[in-house]
Design a protein around this ligand. Structure first.
Ligand code: XMP
Length: 510
C-alpha cells in the first residue's frame, strides 16, 4: 500500500489514479490521520499531496513530524514538499511574491537518482505553486531545477525522502507516470499486485463469504457501474442475485428494451418495474431544475420501497455501486462547497431500508470499474457508453416535462447518437446529448410556415466531466444530423449546436 495524505489539492485523486495505474494499491486519507493509524496501515511509501495553503500560515494543515522517523519513504508534492522543508531541520520556504502556473522546462541535475530513472535530463514539468523552497533541509540535495524554482526537486537519499515542486500526477508533466512508477516500485519496493483480475478473485470470495447463501437485490440503471456490479455478483452468487430496473419514463429511445436484453444476454434475472406514470405525474408543472431532481429522487425511493417491500422478506442484502470517490474523506479546498447541481444517484437510498449493504466497488475508481467489466466480458457497448444523468431526460427538457416533449426529445437524441456512431465519433466524445428548448421559432417547410420547437445539440470532450470542451464535430456530420432531425422529428424545425466549454458552462443544460 501507498498512503496518500491529502492536503486539499484538486489533484489528490489524480495521484491515486496514477499510482493505481502502476498496479500498485493506494489509499487517500486526510492529513489529520494519526501516527498510530498510519502505522497500522503499514504503507510502503507515503505521498504528501499538494494543497492551497501556505506552510507558514497560522492554520496551515500540518502533520506530526514524527512521521519522518518511522523509516518509510516519503514523496512530498508541491505543498507536501514545502511542508517537508518546514518540518525538517534546516529547510526554509520562501513565501510567494507571484505564482508560477503552467509548463516549465525542468533540468535534472542528478544522473543517478532512481526517481528520474528513464527520463530525459530536461523535460517539461507542470507547475502550480506560490511558495517555493529557499533552502533544502539538512541531508537533502537538489536534483532538479527550473528557472523560477532553483530547488524544483530534492532528495535525502539515506532516508528516501523526496520533494517535488511540480506535479508528476498531471498529464501535462512529460513522462509523468514514470516518476510515480519509479517512486512506488524502485524506491518503495511495491510490486504490481493491484490488478483487476486479482480484485475480482478477492471480491468474489468476500461476497460469497459475506452473503452466506442469502439473497441479494441490486438496482440496475443500465449504466456502467450497476451493470458491472450485477455481472460480478451474478458470477459470484448466481441466482441468489435479483436485479431491479425502474422505468421512470425519462430514459432514451429503446433504452428499457436494451437494458432488459443486455441483462438477458449476461444471464442476470431482472425485475422491471414500470413507474412511468408516478414519475411523470410528480413532474407535472415542475420547471425548476433542482426541484425536478428532488421530485425524481423522492419518487425513485418511493418506487423502490413500494416494489421492493413485497420482495423485502426475500432479500437480506442490497448491492450498491458506490465508488471510491464517494467514500474518500477528502479535505475540501473550498469548505462546504456551493451546490451547483445536486447529483441524484441510485446510491441515495434511505437508511431505514431493511437491508444490509453490499458495496464491492467501494475501493475502485470509475476507470477500474470499466476494467473489471472488461475482465468479466461485460458487452463493450455497455462499457463504452456515454454517461447519462440519474434524472435522465428530465434535465434535458427545459421547462415542463411532458410525455409528448419526451417523445420529441427521444427521437432527436436517437438520430444525433446514431449519426455520431455512424461517423465513428462516439468513442472520442465524452458525452453527446440533445436538449429540448422552451423556445418556438418560425420556419418554412414546403410552402408552409411552421412555428415549432428548437433543439440544441451538445457534445463534449473531457476526461472526468470536471472540465470539458465542445467537440469539433465536422460540419458535414452536423449538417446531416440537423437535416435528419428537422425532416424526421415532428415538432422540431430548428437545430443549434452548443459551443460552450465547461467551465463556465456545465455539460447538461440544467
Ligand atoms: P454537469 O452538467 O454538472 O455534469 O457538467 C457533469 C456530469 O454529471 C452528470 N450529471 C448528473 N449525473 N445525476 C447524475 O447522476 C444528476 O443529477 C446529474 N447532473 C449532471 C452529467 O451528465 C455529466 O456527465
Amino acid at each position: 500500500t501507498i498512503l496518500i495524505l491529502d492536503f486539499g489539492s484538486q489533484y489528490t485523486q489524480l495521484i491515486a489514479r496514477r499510482v493505481r495505474e502502476q498496479n500498485v494499491y493506494c489509499e487517500i486519507h486526510p492529513y489529520t490521520l494519526r501516527l498510530p493509524e498510519i502505522e497500522a496501515i503499514a504503507p510502503k511509501g507515503i505521498i504528501l499531496s499538494g494543497g492551497p495553503a501556505s506552510v507558514y500560515e497560522v492554520d496551515a494543515p500540518k502533520i506530526d513530524a514524527k512521521l519522518f522517523d518511522i523509516g518509510i519513504p516519503v514523496l512530498g508534492i508541491c505543498y507536501g514538499m514545502q511542508l517537508m522543508a518546514a518540518l525538517l531541520a534546516g529547510g526554509k520556504v520562501h513565501p510567494a511574491t507571484e505564482r508560477e502556473y503552467g509548463h516549465a522546462p525542468l533540468q535534472v541535475l542528478s544522473k543517478t537518482d532512481p526517481l528520474f530513472e528513464g527520463l530525459s535530463s530536461c523535460f517539461s514539468a507542470w507547475m502550480s505553486h506560490g511558495d517555493r523552497i529557499e533552502a533544502a533541509p539538512i541531508g537533502f540535495q537538489t536534483i532538479a531545477q527550473t528557472e523560477n524554482a532553483p530547488i524544483a526537486a530534492m532528495v535525502d537519499t539515506e532516508r528516501a525522502f523526496y520533494g517535488l515542486q511540480f506535479h508528476p500526477e498531471v498529464e501535462h508533466t512529460q513522462d509523468a507516470d514514470r516518476i510515480l512508477a519509479n517512486f512506488t516500485r524502485e524506491i518503495c519496493g511495491c510490486r504490481n499486485t493491484w490488478t483487476m483480475r486479482a480484485f475480482i478473485a478477492r471480491a468474489t470470495a468476500q461476497i460469497q463469504e459475506q452473503i452466506g447463501g442469502e439473497r441479494v437485490l441490486c438496482a440496475v440503471s443500465g449504466g456502467i457501474d450497476s451493470m458491472v456490479l450485477a455481472t460480478l455478483l451474478h458470477q459470484a452468487i448466481g441466482d441468489a442475485l435479483v436485479s431491479v430496473f425502474v422505468d421512470n419514463g425519462l430514459l432514451r429511445k429503446n433504452e428499457v428494451a436494451e437494458v432488459i436484453e443486455t441483462c438477458k444476454q449476461i444471464g442476470i434475472p431482472l425485475v422491471a418495474v414500470d413507474a412511468v406514470k408516478p414519475f411523470l405525474d410528480g413532474l407535472a408543472g415542475v420547471i425548476d431544475p433542482e426541484q425536478k431532481r428532488k421530485v425524481i429522487g423522492a419518487q425513485f425511493i418511493e418506487t423502490f420501497k413500494g416494489s421492493v417491500a413485497e420482495m423485502a422478506h426475500n432479500f437480506r442484502f442490497l448491492a450498491q455501486g458506490t465508488l471510491y470517490p464517494d467514500v474518500i474523506e477528502s479535505v475540501s479546498v473550498k469548505g462546504p462547497s456551493a451546490t451547483i447541481k445536486t447529483h441524484h444517484n441510485v446510491g441515495g437510498l434511505p437508511s431505514d431500508m431493511p437491508f444490509e449493504l453490499l458495496e464491492p466497488f467501494r475501493e475502485l475508481f470509475k476507470d477500474e470499474v470499466r476494467a473489471v467489466g472488461a475482465e468479466l466480458n461485460v458487452p463493450s457497448h455497455v462499457l463504452g457508453r456515454h454517461p447519462f444523468p440519474g434524472p435522465g431526460l428530465a434535465v434535458r427538457i427545459l421547462g415542463e416535462v411532458t410525455y409528448e416533449r419526451l417523445e420529441v426529445l427521444r427521437a432527436a437524441d436517437a438520430i444525433f447518437i446514431s449519426e455520431i456512431k455512424a461517423a465513428g465519433l462516439y468513442d472520442e466524445i465524452w458525452q453527446a446529448l440533445a436538449v429540448l428548448l422552451p423556445v418556438k421559432s418560425v420556419g418554412v417547410m414546403g410552402d408552409a410556415r411552421t412555428y415549432e420547437n428548437a433543439v440544441a445539440l451538445r457534445a463534449v470532450t473531457s476526461s472526468d466531466a470536471m472540465t470539458a470542451d465542445w467537440a469539433r464535430i465536422p460540419p458535414d456530420v452536423l449538417a446531416r444530423i440537423s437535416n435528419r432531425i428537422i425532416n424526421e422529428v415532428q415538432g422540431i424545425n430548428r437545430v443549434v449546436y452548443d459551443i460552450s466549454s465547461k467551465p463556465p458552462s456545465t455539460i447538461e443544460w440544467e
